[in-house]
Ligand binder design. Structure first.
Ligand SMILES: [Zn+2]
Length: 195
C-alpha cells in the first residue's frame, strides 16, 4: 500500500531498482537505489490555503485542473520551493481568484496533518471589503458563499469540510482561535491552540 517516493519504482538518477531501508527489522518510509545507493526519501507535502472572508461569506474556487475538476474548494495548493508559507498562500490566492493580498496581511489560522494522503496543510485567513474576484488559469470560477449557499455536495476535498465549517462558526462568533487539526484514516480531531 505504501508507494515509493512519488510512486517511483526506479532510481531517477541511474534507473536502478529502489529498495526500502530496513532498520532493526522494520521497513521504513525511506528508499535507496540498489545500484548507485543514493537515498530517495519521501516526506509529506505542504498545502497552503487561505480563508478569505467578506462579511459572513467565504471565498471558494471551482477547480479547472484535475483531479476534482469542476469541484469547489477553498483556494490553496502546494507550497513551492523557496517560498514562505504566507507567500505561497498569497500566490495561490492570486492564481486561483485574482485577489492580490500582501503575505504579511495573512494571519495564521489552521494547521493540519492529513496522514492518509501524506499532506500537511497550513491555512491562513484574511478579510476583504468587496467580493471582487476573477478566476485564474487554475479555476473555472470563484465566488463568495455563505454557509447556506455553499455547494457542499460538490466539494473537492470533503476530508476538510469540518475545518471549513469551523471557519464559518468563527465568522459567526467573530472569535478566531488558531486551530490544529489531525486527520488519520479513522480519527479526526480539531482543537484550538490559542484563543
Ligand atoms: Zn541509482
Amino acid at each position: 500500500m505504501k508507494a515509493s517516493p512519488a510512486g517511483m519504482n526506479y532510481c531517477p538518477d541511474c534507473g536502478g531498482p529502489l529498495l526500502r531501508h530496513v532498520v532493526a527489522g522494520e521497513p521504513r518510509q525511506h528508499w535507496f537505489c540498489g545500484r548507485c545507493r543514493v537515498p530517495h526519501h519521501a516526506y509529506p507535502r505542504v498545502v497552503v490555503t487561505v480563508f478569505v472572508a467578506c462579511g459572513k461569506r467565504l471565498l471558494w474556487v471551482q477547480r479547472e485542473l484535475s483531479p476534482q475538476r469542476g469541484k469547489w474548494a477553498i483556494p490553496g495548493g502546494f507550497l513551492e520551493l523557496e517560498e514562505t508559507l504566507a507567500e505561497g498562500a498569497a500566490r495561490e490566492l492570486y492564481e486561483e481568484a485574482g485577489i492580490r493580498l500582501p503575505p504579511a496581511q495573512l494571519q495564521l489560522y489552521m494547521t493540519g496533518s492529513i496522514t492518509f494522503i501524506n499532506q500537511l496543510y497550513v491555512g491562513f485567513r484574511a478579510t476583504v471589503a468587496s467580493e471582487d474576484c476573477q478566476p485564474g488559469v487554475e479555476s473555472m470560477s470563484c465566488r463568495f458563499f455563505s454557509r447556506e449557499e455553499c455547494p457542499w455536495e460538490e466539494v473537492a476535498y470533503p476530508q476538510v469540510n469540518d475545518s471549513i465549517r469551523q471557519a464559518y462558526d468563527d465568522l459567526d462568533s467573530g472569535r478566531f482561535a488558531v486551530w490544529q487539526a489531525q486527520m488519520t484514516e479513522n480519527h479526526y480531531e480539531l482543537r484550538p491552540v490559542s484563543q
